[in-house]
Design a protein around this ligand. Structure first.
Ligand code: FES
Length: 103
């Protein structure tokens, strides 16, 4: 079973066990409300940018839409869009936190 750990602003965290593989957005939706904010859910707004603190290799590669929007935000290489990213089959622990507006 995969685990996605959300690090919160106060440095506490929430862990969500999930199926191996599948949409990160579904895991976010299964977490306590508001852990990762969403708006468009279609790689248009950047609201769902997250920083992958650990386990980036547990996620499938970016698709072109995700890469294009991350480039617009000058996002660091550790950022992903939670509405686009997918966990790999056989995935383990992924640690992430919402990206701040200034990063
Ligand atoms: S919710 Fe808009 S880019 Fe992900």
């Amino acid at each position: 079973m995969a685990i996605v750990r959300f690090v919160l602003e106060d440095d506490t965290h929430v862990e969500v066990p999930c199926e191996e593989g599948g949409r990160l957005a579904d895991v976010c939706d299964a977490s306590p409300k508001g852990v990762v904010p969403f708006s468009c859910r279609s790689a248009n707004c950047g609201t769902c940018r997250v920083v992958v603190v650990e386990g980036a290799g547990e996620l499938e590669s970016h698709d072109d839409e995700e890469l294009d929007l991350l480039e617009i935000f000058n996002a660091t290489a550790t950022q992903r869009l939670a509405c686009c990213a997918r966990l790999k089959a056989g995935s383990g622990l992924v640690v992430l936190r919402p990206a701040r507006d200034d990063e």
